[in-house]
Design a protein around this ligand. Structure first.
Ligand code: 2M8
Length: 451
């Protein structure tokens, strides 16, 4: 891959950084969609698209709407919003449409190639952000009315098919968490014992595009492919998968994002003259169950492994996501903020960010994907959470350090927590999108201490 031009710190002002971020998004445009990264991820991804829409909400409303419209064109008739919508003309990716074979489900959209799993539900929050920043309020109102039934079906799918009745929703594949090889899934994946005959034949493309040591291992990919083949063989029938799937996890970040998205869906419904009550009641229920996963010793919420019927002992930066959704009490939040700062790193000269795994954890690896690097999306969530609870100084530190990382190192997928150097995919769309949101979010900017 061609090397990205590093940019000189501080000599690049906010306006120029905004311009560079917009140029990254434009360069990743493929028809009506923005792909995460041109070589590594050359199609549309679900939660990436939502963050890209949030960024465009500040500068180009129609593009923001178009991004989500294109994503929801891949929605299934049972409400499932697939984690990938394959773009006509997009490059090779494993697993591609031939591996997913979603036409085995009666719910898959005819004529639209998609995956058959989901990603964190941040889409209602993106629609609300578009409505809040709309330069054309009438168009935004039409868009809101258009999106409400789709969002209702998407959340309905999660609350119907992905729950065991306690308000928490579950994921069936590490890819559904968005944090593919996080150590949080190690134990659950290790219990999937495979013989060579169990592993479907497949060829990885990711390892041909960049350093193999920055990607998940072969053992992990065998399990990823095995789970997809299992869902495919079960015709993507949710009831059958719920019974048979060996990987069933109630993830903290996924549920926190759903709480916030249900709150935002309630607001959208109210703006549309509909009853917000059902969405707020769901949010209350999920939030209460999520708060029940509080680990008092570590001062954060931890996930739950449904198959083992035990909490997941590994906590990562993503476990701070309940702050973003307003889940913990003020007292718990204060303790979480101490945990945030204790687990933070200072890759540059200003501020701090939270790596995806604490450097104190023996499994920590500086550049291996979700096992140590700093991810903009997690820090954006932490930033929003800190800001929500009034920890403006800490929020400002995260914002400053994140902006510096990108300004100094370029728009990468993730960053080495020690050096700040970028790794993974280059010209990365949601990195650009989240930086744009940080730079252009006037609702919060006045709360921030000066950089
Ligand atoms: C990564 O996941 C994909 C699988 O969905 C992959 O590794 O091939 C994750 O970082 C995920 O969170 C992200 O949405 C996706 C595209 O940026 O890449």
């Amino acid at each position: 891959m061609a090397s990205q031009q590093p940019v000189a710190s501080r000599t690049v002002g906010a306006d120029e950084l905004v311009g560079r971020a917009l140029a990254v998004l434009e360069a990743n445009q493929l028809g009506p969609v923005t792909v995460p990264s041109p070589q590594l991820y050359p199609h549309q991804w679900s939660w990436d698209a939502a963050f890209i829409a949030m960024a465009y909400a500040h500068v180009e409303q129609s593009r923001a709407e178009g991004e989500l419209r294109a994503l929801f064109a891949g929605q299934w008739s049972n409400g499932l919003l697939p984690h990938i919508v394959f773009a006509p003309g997009g490059g090779p990716y494993f697993p591609g449409p031939d591996f997913w074979q979603v036409d085995r489900s009666p719910h898959a959209p005819p004529g639209q190639a998609t995956s058959g799993i989901v990603q964190p539900p941040v889409h209602a929050s993106a629609v609300l952000q578009i409505c809040r920043h709309a330069r054309d309020p009438e168009a935004a109102a039409r868009f809101r009315t258009e999106m409400l039934p789709k969002l209702d079906a998407w959340h309905g799918y999660l609350h119907r098919e992905r729950t065991r009745g306690n308000g928490l929703v579950e994921i069936w594949h590490p890819w559904e968490s968005g944090m593919d090889n996080s150590p949080m899934w190690d134990d659950a994946l290790a219990r999937i014992v495979l013989t060579p005959g169990d592993v479907p034949s497949y060829e990885r493309i990711d390892v041909q595009l960049g350093p193999i040591e920055e990607r998940p291992t072969g053992d992990e990919y065998d399990r990823y492919a095995y789970l997809v083949a299992l869902f495919r063989d079960l015709g993507y029938d949710p009831a059958a998968i719920r019974d048979a799937c060996p990987f069933v996890v109630q993830d903290v970040m996924f549920n926190a994002m759903l709480v916030q998205a249900d709150r935002d869906l309630a607001t959208l419904a109210q703006l549309d003259g509909a009853d917000p009550g059902p969405y707020d009641r769901r949010a209350d229920r999920t939030a209460a169950a999520l708060d029940g996963l509080w680990d008092d010793d570590r001062a954060l919420h931890v996930g739950y492994d449904v198959r083992r019927q035990a909490t997941i002992t590994t906590g990562t930066a993503a476990c701070f996501a309940p702050l973003y959704a307003g889940v913990p009490s003020a007292a718990r939040a204060a303790r979480m903020v101490e945990a945030v700062t204790a687990s933070s790193v200072r890759p540059g000269s200003r501020g701090f960010v939270v790596p995806s795994l604490s450097p104190d954890d023996p499994r920590f690896l500086r550049t291996r994907y979700w096992r140590g690097p700093v991810w903009p999306v997690i820090n954006w969530l932490v930033y929003r959470g800190l800001s929500r609870y009034g920890f403006q100084s800490e929020a400002g530190q995260v914002r400053t350090a994140l902006i510096d990382l990108v300004r100094d190192g370029g728009f990468y997928e993730h960053y080495d927590p020690m050096t700040g150097r970028g790794h993974g995919g280059e010209q990365f769309a949601w990195t650009a999108a989240l930086i744009l949101d940080l730079l252009l979010d006037e609702d919060r900017a006045h709360l921030m201490p000066p950089e």
